[in-house]
Design a protein around this ligand. Structure first.
Ligand code: ADP
Ligand code: ADP
Ligand code: MG
Length: 457
């Protein structure tokens, strides 16, 4: 029944396509870059053994085009697809179509994706596994009246969240019943337009919370965790600076949190890499599950650096029918790692997108420094896609060592031809609250607002 991967189709672009091709090459698996017409000169297309053009630049014609991807499998003889993150990575219908075509989807099965991709359903699954969730409505809500009624138990302020939301979108704050009345139908319409699914639910807004998530790996029988990542530094609910482990958890808390994630993962019979996201309430020390991402995440390298496990290779091995091959006790937490996202956005112009031609380019070097990127000198960053250009990732013996290496990495990086978040990271690394890890999910935006107004607010 289980087949080995003999040729891998990479159904993504940018740095993650490069990352997947690298992992496949290390395992001796030939690769096909399935790309849009705008990405024919991309680093992934240059590195892959074959290139298959899916269609025009528009994502609905290329990276979200299921028919074109199934056609690519057929045309190239690839028998597996790695979906990366974003695009079709959490699309259960796609996973099902790949399986129906007789190929391997590198990730959990369609049923698991469907279950955990629906956030309201994922909350119920977590509760059934004994994992605490943020207080919220028992499930989806369909009209304002039932929302107002549910809100009495949830309490204000609260968030209206799209069941199918992702990428920081589909979340609105309501501080009063009046705001809820006003925002609720807007949220439904927005969710329908953005995700093709208008279902929304309510969750209590936890202010001053930290975003802490657990990386898991399962082979369908057993699951392990690779400790946690702290991703509290966010702008518009999108992460920009991540680290592992969290600087604030005690050993006891770490064990409790990671054990809850493994319990939930095993209850799913989970196959592949996944992440369970939690909010951690500083004031009470409580954890609340918020969602599961059933795919590789942008910030996976920090977990790789502290454990020495290559997550993308592990995904490919598991998809090819292998068992995990290690136990929880084989995984040791070593040092600390940080990741800085370099986006083609101008922090001085409210993060306005700034794709362009890569002119001068040089990356930092030295012990404990890793760069995941698809850029090369002379490459023109197309304007159609995600703004992520590169990830500067550092590892040190402890957090302060990693921070020192992060400062070194930033000053050693040259990237000209477009505005980016590089200098912002340099500034961020000088902030006392970052160095002392005294922050929560609202801290970065507060700092950005202060910075814009030119000093203390
Ligand atoms: P991570 O935790 O890995 O950063 P994100 O949730 O930020 O994950 O998503 C990673 C990428 O996937 C981003 O490019 C984001 O915009 C995209 N993405 C995630 N979920 C969705 C979704 N439901 N719809 C559209 N894009 C999504
Ligand atoms: P997405 O699928 O877009 O990643 P999440 O549910 O993971 O959506 O939420 C994204 C971010 O929004 C979280 O990392 C956190 O900063 C914030 N957030 C989500 N739920 C809550 C909540 N109940 N209270 C406070 N902040 C929240
Ligand atoms: Mg999330």
């Amino acid at each position: 029944m289980t087949q080995r991967i003999h040729k891998l189709l990479v159904a993504n672009r940018g740095e993650i396509a490069v990352r997947i091709i690298r992992a496949a090459k290390e395992l001796g698996i030939p690769t096909v870059a399935a790309c849009s017409e705008a990405d024919i000169d991309s680093q992934a297309a240059r590195m892959a053994d074959e290139v298959h053009v899916l269609g025009p630049a528009r994502v609905d014609k290329s990276y979200l085009n299921v028919e074109a991807l199934l056609g690519a499998l057929k045309a190239t003889g690839a028998n597996a697809v790695h979906p990366g993150y974003g695009f079709l990575s959490e699309n259960a219908d796609f996973a099902e179509a790949v399986a129906a075509a007789g190929a391997i989807f590198v990730g959990p099965n369609a049923e698991t994706i469907r279950r955990m991709g629906d956030k309201a359903e994922a909350r119920r699954t977590a509760q059934a596994a004994g994992v605490p969730v943020v207080p919220g409505s028992p499930g989806e809500l369909f009209d304002v009246e039932s929302a107002l009624k549910a809100a009495e138990a949830v309490g204000f302020p609260l968030l209206i969240k799209a069941s199918a939301g992702g990428g920081g979108r589909g979340i609105r704050l309501a501080e009063t019943p009046e705001q809820l009345t006003e925002e609720f139908p807007r949220s439904q319409r927005e969710a329908q337009a953005a995700f093709g699914n208008g279902a929304v639910y309510l969750e209590r807004f936890i202010s001053r919370a930290r975003h802490i998530e657990v990386q898991v790996l399962g082979d369908g029988q057993h699951a392990v965790h690779l400790f946690e990542r702290e991703c509290s530094l966010q702008r518009r609910r999108q992460k920009i600076f991540e680290e592992a482990p969290s600087p604030v958890l005690s050993q006891q808390q770490r064990e409790t949190l990671c054990a809850s994630a493994v319990r939930l993962t095993e209850s799913l019979g989970y196959k592949g890499a996944g992440t369970l996201e939690y909010l951690y309430d500083d004031a009470t020390g409580e954890f609340f599950f918020i969602e599961m991402n059933t795919r590789i995440q942008v910030e996976h390298p920090v977990s790789e650096l502290i454990t020495g496990i290559d997550l993308v290779q592990a995904m490919l091995r598991i998809a090819g029918g292998e068992a995990l091959g290690f136990k929880q006790s084989d995984i040791q937490l070593n040092g600390a790692a940080l990741q800085m996202r370099l986006n083609a956005e101008d922090p001085e112009r409210d993060f306005f997108p700034s794709p362009g031609l890569v002119e001068a380019l040089s990356w930092p070097q030295g012990e404990g420094i890793r760069v995941d990127t698809h850029l090369y000198q002379g490459y023109r960053v197309p304007p159609y896609y995600d703004s992520l250009l590169a990830k500067l990732i550092v590892h040190g013996a402890d957090r302060s060592h990693a921070l020192a290496r992060a400062r070194l990495a930033v000053v050693q990086t040259t990237l000209s031809g477009m505005a980016s978040t590089l200098a912002l990271h340099g500034e961020l690394l000088e902030q006392p609250w970052l160095n002392s890890a005294d922050f929560h999910t609202g801290t970065l935006e507060t700092w950005l607002a202060t910075r814009r107004s030119g000093g203390e607010a």
